[in-house]
Design a protein around this ligand. Structure first.
Ligand SMILES: [Zn+2]
Length: 177
């Protein structure tokens, strides 16, 4: 959407490719015809999880780190989205339309992927669904577990430093639905 704000690109992300002025995260897949599939995960997300690399810039994580979580993911205390540096999380909360709460619904048709790619396990259930509130879970570390057949970063055995709501565009009735 042309009315979406485009936040300035931080210096540490200046080498990353961009689409429409927005940085393409390291773990976002690219099709052979050059389309970046935001919201899907490149197979290297497994490396990011196992090697404790940031999902946006691809560099080693430091403490603290941040997991960006949907409301529906919070009870699982785990997500396949890699952890982020606080500054990369901050950029994502400004730049990503879903995380920033600038979309009311998820896309209603799946993006066409190359044969080497896979949609995340819950892509089907999110198609056309109302957008969800997002939360930043601040942690000093995470465990790598298997969640619905995919690797995930888990804090089931780790007390989060804090959990903060990212956007406040949701009414109470949305949250209680
Ligand atoms: Zn980073």
């Amino acid at each position: 959407m042309s009315s979406d704000p485009v936040p300035p690109i931080p210096a540490w992300l200046a080498d990353r490719p961009t689409v429409g002025g927005l940085v393409v995260p390291w773990t976002t897949p690219e099709t052979q015809d050059g389309r970046h599939v935001f919201g899907s995960l490149h197979p290297r997300f497994r490396d990011a999880l196992k090697r404790r690399l940031c999902g946006v810039c691809g560099n080693a994580l430091t403490r603290p780190m941040v997991l960006l979580m949907r409301l529906s993911d919070l009870p699982l205390k785990a997500t396949s989205e890699p952890a982020l540096h606080p500054q990369c999380s901050r950029y994502t909360t400004l730049a990503c339309p879903m995380v920033a709460g600038r979309r009311t619904h998820y896309r209603s048709t799946p993006v066409r992927l190359d044969s080497s790619m896979t949609h995340s396990a819950d892509t089907g259930s999110r198609l056309g669904a109302p957008a969800e509130p997002w939360f930043a879970v601040w942690l000093n570390g995470y465990d790598v577990i298997e969640l619905n057949g995919a690797l995930a970063a888990s804090y089931r055995e780790i007390e989060p430093l804090r959990i903060r709501p990212i956007n406040f565009t949701f009414s109470l009735s949305d949250l209680l639905r």
